[in-house]
Design a protein around this ligand. Structure first.
Ligand code: KG4
Ligand code: ZN
Length: 329
C-alpha cells in the first residue's frame, strides 16, 4: 500500500510517499525558517499563509515519482498537535484530495509520526524500545513495546528543549534557529564556566527547561552586553551542558525503568553532535533517524498513516485540528 503523507503542523510544509509503512519513495519539505527568522520564532498567522502557498507544489513534487495522485492508495494527514491554523491548511487540503481521488484518509498524531520515522531508517530498530522526542515544540519520552503502541513516560512541564536552545541563542545574539548556532559557539566554550541549574534532574521522567532558560537570562542581565558578547561561547557551552545532561539522564532512567536496551532519539535536537557523543558512552543501543527524517516531514506522516490504517483511524469528514493532541497518555 502506498500512502501520501501531509504535514503542516508547524513551520515546515511536508509531503512524502511511503510504501507499506517502511519504504521511502519521496520526501519533500519546504522550510519557512527564512520567513520567521526576523521574529525569532514561529509566527502562527504567517505559518498558515506559507503552508497555503507551498502545499500544492510540495505535494506535486512528492507525487512525481509515482505519477501523480493516482499512484497512491491512501492519504494521511497530521491533525494534531500543532498550530490550529497551520493544521487546518493540511487537513482541509487532504480531505479535498482524498475525496477527489476516492481514497481513504488516515488521521495522524504528529508525535507518533516522529516515532514512526524510525521505521524508514535503512536499518530500523525493533521494539521494544524507548523513544525520546526532542524538537522545538516537544520534549517527551515514550515506551514503545511494539510499533503502534505507546506509553507516555514523561514530558516537559514548560518549554521544549529545542525552544530553550532557540531562546538562549537569541539572548546570546546568535541567529535563528538557534540550536545549530548555539552548538557551534559552545564547541569553543568552557562548559564549567557558569553553574546553571539542571531542573527536576532527580524527580521522575518529566522535564523542565524554563528555569534553565531564565537562569541564563538573569546571568546575561547581570553581566551586561559587553561581557555577554565576550563570554558568549562559555555561556553557550554551560547552558548546553545543563540541557543535555537533563535529556541524557532521563532517557537512560526511562530505559532502566522499562528494562529496555534500545533508545531511539528523534526530532531536530538529535542533530546535536555533542549530545550524540555523550550518549554513545551509555549502555544502550542507540538509533537516530537520518536528519531529513528528524525534522518535520511528510514521509514520517505517511509511515504513521500506515500504523493508523492498521487501527482503522479514518479522519472523519467533520474532524478539525486537535492542537493539544497527546500520545499514549
Ligand atoms: O524537529 P525539528 O526540526 O522541528 C520541530 O520543532 O518540530 O526541531 C527543530 C529544533 C529547533 O529548536 C532547533 O534549534 C533544534 O531542533 N536543533 C538543535 C540542533 N539542531 C536543531 N538543538 C540543539 N543542537 C542542535 N545541533
Ligand atoms: Zn515535530
Amino acid at each position: 500500500m502506498r500512502i501520501l503523507g501531509i504535514e503542516t503542523s508547524c513551520d515546515e510544509t511536508g509531503a512524502g510517499v511511503v510504501e507499506d509503512g517502511v519504504r521511502l519513495v519521496s520526501n519533500v519539505v519546504a522550510s519557512q525558517a527564512g520567513v520567521h527568522a526576523p521574529f525569532g520564532g514561529v509566527v502562527p498567522e504567517l505559518a498558515s499563509r506559507e503552508h497555503e502557498v507551498n502545499l500544492v507544489p510540495v505535494v506535486a513534487r512528492a507525487l512525481d515519482p509515482v505519477g501523480g495522485i493516482k499512484g497512491v492508495d491512501a492519504l494521511a494527514v497530521t491533525y494534531g498537535p500543532g498550530l490550529a491554523g497551520s493544521l487546518l491548511v493540511g487537513i482541509t487540503f487532504a480531505k479535498a484530495a482524498a475525496l477527489a481521488a476516492d481514497v481513504p484518509l488516515w488521521g495522524v498524531n504528529h508525535l507518533e509520526a516522529h516515532v514512526a520515522a524510525l521505521r524508514l531508517m535503512p536499518e530500523p530498530p525493533t521494539p521494544p524500545l524507548v523513544a525520546l522526542l526532542a524538537t522545538g515544540g516537544h520534549t517527551a519520552l515514550f515506551d514503545v513495546p511494539a510499533w503502534g503502541l505507546y506509553a507516555a513516560l514523561g514530558e516537559t512541564r514548560d518549554d521544549a528543549v529545542g525552544e530553550a536552545f532557540d531562546k538562549v541563542a537569541r539572548l546570546l545574539g546568535l541567529p535563528y534557529p538557534g540550536g545549530p548556532a548555539l552548538e557551534k559557539a559552545a564547541a569553543n566554550g568552557d562548559a564549567a564556566a557558569f553553574k546553571f541549574p539542571r531542573p527536576m534532574l532527580d524527580r521522575g521522567l518529566a522535564f523542565s527547561f524554563a528555569g534553565l532558560k531564565t537562569a541564563v537570562a538573569l546571568k546575561v542581565k547581570d553581566i551586561g552586553p559587553a561581557e555577554t558578547a565576550r563570554r558568549r561561547d562559555d555561556l553557550a557551552a554551560s547552558f548546553q551542558a545543563a540541557a543535555l545532561e537533563c535529556l541524557t539522564t532521563k532517557a537512560l532512567a526511562a530505559c532502566r525503568l522499562k528494562g529496555r536496551r534500545r533508545l531511539a532519539v528523534v526530532g531536530g535536537v538529535a542533530a546535536n553532535e555533542r549530545w550524540r557523543t555523550a550518549l554513545a558512552a551509555a549502555p544502550v543501543e542507540l538509533f537516530y533517524p537520518p536528519l531529513a527524517l528528524c525534522g518535520d516531514n511528510g514521509a514520517m506522516v505517511a509511515a504513521a498513516g500506515f500504523l493508523a490504517a492498521a487501527r482503522g483511524e479514518t479522519l472523519a469528514w467533520e474532524a478539525g485540528p486537535a492542537p493539544a493532541l497527546e500520545l499514549g497518555a
